[in-house]
Ligand binder design. Structure first.
Ligand SMILES: [Fe+2]
Length: 353
């Protein structure tokens, strides 16, 4: 991803842009008064090819001055329409249309690298971020090359995940994190059970606390390139990835009540040592750039994970998502079917974790 030479002089001429050297491929228009929506419509395929090659692409200096143009630009650069959020893990606010604040999570915390919705049966293929106000300090959106992460994980660890997948457990408590009504967009326990069944989850209520367990893939084949990519929330959601302060709180609470946790597909705990190896693989393949007002960051959500660094000041970064993808066994009209590894399917004899 750090190879900015992927935008050669010929491509730059064709797109009427300059390539800006830096850790993430970046384009800036030759003419600052370019009609950005017409430009996007004309060059969608070329920009899409650059995104597939690099995984992430920053557009800097284009005349995008607000949410509406931003969302139109995202749609113009996408093969299919907007995608809604599912099963949120962190709070966010609706801005307008299909645009949201990227997260309302506290400023002093890190958001760990993740591919959006990589643990749900469908997910967006593309993400677009728009920097309305850069932070005073920090607040980068680091990007992680998931093709490279998969290559970097030692064979014996990787193979077990590719064979068994991950087992996720989420606990929705009225007092901790996001509630099940908000996460699943339902009102009653019956509706929550129906949602869980449709989503291939086991669901169990304990009073007003809902615990769901579900087995999912570790990797998927990218539909555009056919390459396998590491695509899951296993490391992010594992208890060993909790920040120290939250980990102390969680230990006092009992790990069974953590809002989320992950296990090997057969229910075995993932050792701290393995989580550490996975975290190091992410770290080694992560890079970032400093946001400037008006920047747009395009991400191929399957090729690249994203996160957020802590910040000070009034950071405002918006996000919109497009191009619905779904696990191949899922029937979802309009979605591109994606092969998952291991093959996705309804839960069978999920271990009690
Ligand atoms: Fe995200």
């Amino acid at each position: 991803m750090s190879d900015t030479t992927l935008i050669g002089p010929q491509t730059a001429r064709r797109l009427d842009v300059h390539s800006v050297p830096g850790p993430v491929p970046m384009l800036t228009p030759v003419h600052r008064d370019v009609d950005v929506l017409a430009w996007a419509a004309e060059h969608r395929d070329t920009v899409g090819a650059l995104l597939t090659a690099g995984g992430a692409l920053v557009l800097r200096g284009f005349p995008v001055t607000g949410q509406e143009t931003f969302e139109q630009l995202a749609l113009a650069l996408s093969a299919s329409g907007s995608v809604a959020y599912r099963e949120n893990a962190t709070p966010r606010s609706h801005v307008a249309g299909n645009t949201y604040t990227s997260t309302d999570y506290p400023a002093d915390r890190t958001i760990y690298a993740h591919n959006e919705n990589s643990h749900t049966l469908s997910w967006p293929g593309k993400l677009f971020f728009y920097c309305a106000t850069p932070a005073a300090t920090g607040g980068e959106t680091p990007v992680t090359d998931c093709r490279a992460v998969l290559r970097r994980i030692p064979g014996h660890i990787r193979d077990r995940f590719l064979e068994e997948g991950w087992l996720y457990r989420r606990s929705f408590s009225p007092r901790l994190g996001i509630g099940w009504r908000q996460a699943f967009g339902v009102e009653t326990p019956d509706e929550a059970h129906a949602y869980a069944a449709d989503s291939w989850m086991d669901a169990e209520f304990d009073g007003d606390r809902l615990v769901v367990r579900y087995r999912r893939w570790a990797a998927v084949d990218h539909p555009g390139t056919g390459e396998p990519v590491w695509f899951n929330h296993g490391t992010f959601f594992n208890q060993a990835s909790l920040e120290p302060e939250l980990r102390r709180f969680a230990t006092a609470l009992g790990v069974g009540r953590l809002p989320y946790n992950t296990f090997h597909g057969n229910g075995d705990p993932v050792s701290d040592e393995v989580v550490d190896i996975l975290r190091k693989a992410y770290e080694a393949e992560t890079t970032s750039f400093t946001w400037e007002r008006g920047d747009i960051l395009m991400i191929d959500n399957m090729l690249v994970a994203h996160g957020r660094r802590p910040f000070t000041g009034e950071r405002r970064v918006l996000v919109t998502m497009t191009e619905q993808m779904a696990a191949a066994a899922t029937e979802l009209p309009g979605a591109v079917a994606v092969r998952t590894i291991p093959q996705a399917g309804p839960p069978v004899d999920l271990p009690a974790v």
